[in-house]
Design a protein around this ligand. Structure first.
Ligand code: GLC
Length: 368
């Protein structure tokens, strides 16, 4: 079987725009499409249910969080090509220098360590900050803010059934993150995306960073100023007894168009492109984290992906999906409202309570 690759924009939003153009026209030009983890609900009306094409063993090889994220109603509309998950990066040398034996387990510990290290390092480095993350007005802020909410006790925007959550805890969480800005995080963290955070961390100007696994290999490059001076751990949790670590998943999925003239062959290709052999090959070739749990026990994968143990733990135990599957195709609009309102809290334009109220008013119409 030969698969012809068609050009598509790399930017996920532009890519979705392209899919939204040709899928409603029921074009049979395309059999397979790959998509960001957040488009499962939006693309679902145009995608085949892949459940009938998988054995129970094949299905269960993927981390459960991807099966949840890609299940819209009873239909499994995509299979995960890659794993992606939020990690906390920390400077091992600076923890040691300031007498911290472990990386932070809670947000309170992170706040304290970041402040201490920052105060000490400022004498030598005026550019130094405690904690860098993604606060720009874009999808990455939805990711960061949902991690705060899920780990500190405030609930997500919508619950598992797609109903709006009205949670007072969320307001306090947003106010707490806003207080980091200009204190332990640079004032311009409100315009940071992944690469801005990585740039600061990799150049030795930050003690802690929230980022995806891709930043590990780059920060470990031969010429990286922080080479061999950092580690990764799970994202911190809140202080409450019921708080738990929470990391948002990302990554690319592959689905089969309902309008394909070759649905069986296309489903077979989706299965092969995401099976253990294919994901192992990609992991060894370029360090792409697999979405298959068993591959993290493979010695060659462990040797190639230095953060493998933490990625596997976070995907298995701390993973949270954005509300893509149960928002009836409205995820994009809901996330847009959410990250705009959250950013306005970070920049001091409104309180957390105001943001929660405004998000609620704007998204209610899209939910049940
Ligand atoms: C990464 C993730 C993707 C997420 C994006 C946000 O690319 O894989 O799921 O939407 O970051 O910036």
């Amino acid at each position: 079987m030969a698969i012809e690759l068609l050009p598509a924009p790399a930017n996920p939003v532009d890519r979705l725009g392209l899919y939204r153009q040709f899928l409603p026209a029921e074009s049979d030009d395309i059999d397979l499409l790959d998509f960001d983890v957040i488009w499962s609900g939006t693309l679902a009306p145009h995608l085949l249910d892949l459940n009938p094409y998988l054995s129970a063993d094949e299905r269960e090889q993927y981390f459960d969080i991807y099966l949840q994220n890609n299940s819209v109603g009873d239909a499994l509309v995509g299979l995960p090509l890659t794993g992606d998950i939020g990690l906390l990066y920390y400077r091992t040398d600076l923890l040691e220098k300031y007498g911290f034996e472990q990386p932070p387990a809670t947000w309170s510990e992170l706040e304290e360590m970041a402040a201490t290290i920052q105060a000490g390092e400022r004498d030598e480095n005026a550019e130094f900050w405690g904690y860098v993350w993604q606060g720009n007005v874009y999808e990455g802020l939805t990711v960061n803010a949902l991690e705060w909410q899920a780990s500190m006790g405030g609930d997500l925007i919508v619950d598992a059934d797609g109903r709006l959550v009205k949670d007072d805890g969320a307001a306090a969480v947003l106010d707490r993150a806003a207080a980091w800005v200009g204190e332990i995080s640079p004032p311009n963290v409100t315009v940071f995306q992944e690469e801005d955070a990585r740039w600061m961390f990799q150049n030795g100007n930050a003690a802690f960073m929230r980022n995806w696994p891709y930043a590990y290999g780059l920060s470990q490059a031969e010429d990286s100023p922080v080479r061999d001076r950092f580690g990764v751990t799970r994202m911190p949790k809140g202080d409450g007894a019921d708080a738990s670590h929470a990391s948002v998943i990302g990554g690319q999925q592959i689905g089969v168009s309902r309008y394909s003239r070759n649905p069986d062959a296309a489903a077979d290709a989706a299965r092969c492109l995401t099976d253990a052999t294919a994901q192992r090959r990609r992991a060894l070739a370029d360090g792409t984290p697999p979405a298959i749990a068993a591959l993290y026990d493979d010695a060659d994968v462990q040797a190639r992906i230095a953060a493998a143990a933490q990625i596997a733990e976070s995907l298995a135990e701390h993973a949270v999906a954005r509300p893509a599957a149960m928002t009836g195709g409205h995820y994009t609009e809901i996330s847009l409202v959410y990250f705009i309102e959250v950013n306005r809290v970070l920049t001091g334009e409104q309180s957390g309570a105001s943001a929660v109220a405004r998000v609620g008013e704007q998204v209610a119409g899209w939910l049940e």
